[in-house]
Write a protein that binds this ligand. Structure first.
Ligand code: ACO
Length: 400
């Protein structure tokens, strides 16, 4: 029998907040988010301003070090990253052990975790944290492109470090030995915006994971690898892959969006949710989704890509936004609803979408890990309400 007095004796009173819907876990000076008004700011700068004017590495610096870099600071930071883009060749042995069909997120989390074995000083409290930060920022894109190239059956491209961060990534992804690869500035700019929009989002699932793992004083690589794993789930970063798969399914099914809106309205019985809709915090609109929707139109227009899936997405958005079920529950497109359409237009395959999110979120994870350590936060350790058996007598195996 469930005995509440016994439970209180053992645990005292605890606040039960499943999913931490209203529990603050920390004080943070990195990202401000107002879900009611749809405001997102990194270190006091609006996401709209940053997406329009900054480079991804400037935003990374801002998140991690608290201020926009001066020209000198920026060039030092950028150059350090340029010099660390190579991944230790021995990591290839680990990489080659994965099946060719391995999901790039499985590979990414494993190889980021493996970096702690290659840089064991990361375990040292007094180690050079800035160097680990540079390594992570520099090597994540390289690792990501290994998966893509292997999936294509192509040789990997070594980084070309005279190129800037995003062009270098595009080079490693798309350059082929047969012809000279020229980075399309439209593609680089679109990617710059996408990465900035994903760069931080306060205490979301993957970031909380990074902070929680790091709170045991686990090293930065292990902590970030845990963040990559958390991001992979379809309710979090994995949603961008799910969105495109859903839109493709709607297209293959004749393009009737209302049928899918109806299915989502009965999510409890159908188990079907509209991926890319709804957010734990944004209850009026996701400011990132607004920027992305416009970027999707711009990029597809400039590249001359005519993707029928964009029309389906717009139709689905309109149908859902006019539906009582979605209005009542304040369900709006989130950042991932349109991002996949842009990734596709840039030639990035669906199974790489969540990896792109990870490259974008990396500066946020790093900044949050660093802040957590600098604030000397205690080890994270939630409580529970125990609902299991009360004390029972052990019965030896022969008597069971
Ligand atoms: N489709 C249909 N119904 C939905 C959806 C959806 N996408 N999202 C929420 N609902 C419904 C729920 O069934 C629930 O209905 P009820 O009040 O009748 O019980 C209500 O809206 C509230 O939903 P919760 O799941 O309680 O909200 P929560 O804050 O826990 O979840 C989440 C937020 C996970 C984002 C959710 O909206 C969802 O699953 N969306 C689809 C997945 C997705 O797009 N994830 C990406 C999130 S953004 C990011 O990580 C970058």
């Amino acid at each position: 029998a469930f005995d509440i007095s016994n439970l209180r004796d053992q645990t005292g009173y605890v606040t039960l907040d499943r999913g931490y819907k209203n529990t603050g876990a920390t004080k943070s000076a990195i990202t401000f988010l107002d879900g009611e008004q749809g405001i997102l700011q990194y270190r006091g700068y609006s996401i709209e301003d940053l997406a329009a004017k900054a480079s991804f590495l400037e935003v990374a610096y801002l998140l991690i070090y608290g201020e926009l870099p001066t020209k000198e600071e920026y060039s030092k930071f950028e150059n350090a990253i340029r010099r660390h883009t190579l991944v230790n060749e021995d990591m290839r042995n680990i990489f080659n052990g994965f099946p060719v069909s391995a999901h790039p997120m499985a590979v990414l989390s494993s190889l980021v975790s493996a970096m702690s074995a290659f840089y064991p000083d990361s375990q040292d409290e007094k180690g050079d944290v800035d160097k680990h930060i540079v390594r992570l920022l520099a090597k994540l894109p390289t690792i990501a492109t290994w998966s893509y190239k292997r999936g294509m059956g192509h040789p990997t491209n070594y980084p070309k470090n005279e190129l800037d961060y995003i062009p270098n990534f595009l080079h490693m992804m798309f350059a082929l030995p047969v012809e000279e690869y020229k980075v399309d500035p439209v593609v680089a700019e679109a990617l710059n915006i996408l990465l900035i929009l994903h760069a931080d989002h306060e205490q979301n699932c993957s970031t909380s994971t990074v902070r929680l793992v790091g709170s045991s004083q686990a090293n930065i690589y292990s902590s970030i690898s845990a963040g990559v794993s958390a991001l992979w789930g379809p309710l979090h970063g994995g949603a961008n892959q799910e969105v495109i798969e859903m839109l493709e399914a709607i297209k293959a099914d004749g393009g009737d969006v209302s049928k899918y809106v109806d299915m989502a309205k009965n999510a409890k019985t159908t188990g079907f949710r509209l991926f890319g809709f709804g957010h734990r915090v944004y209850k009026n609109f996701d400011p990132r989704a607004k920027i992305i929707k416009k970027a999707a139109d711009d990029v597809l227009g400039k590249l001359g890509v005519n993707d029928p899936v964009l029309e389906i997405a717009k139709g689905l958005e309109e149908a859902a936004l006019n539906d009582e079920y979605f209005i009542q529950r304040k369900l709006y497109p989130n950042v991932d609803f349109y991002s996949g359409i842009i990734y596709r237009a840039l030639g990035i395959p669906t199974n790489m979408f969540t990896v792109m999110f990870a490259i974008g979120r990396l500066p946020g994870w790093i900044a949050q890990w660093k802040e957590m350590r600098e604030q000397k936060e205690p080890i994270g350790r939630p409580r529970q309400i125990y609902t299991g058996a009360t004390l029972r007598e052990f019965v030896p195996l022969e008597n069971r």
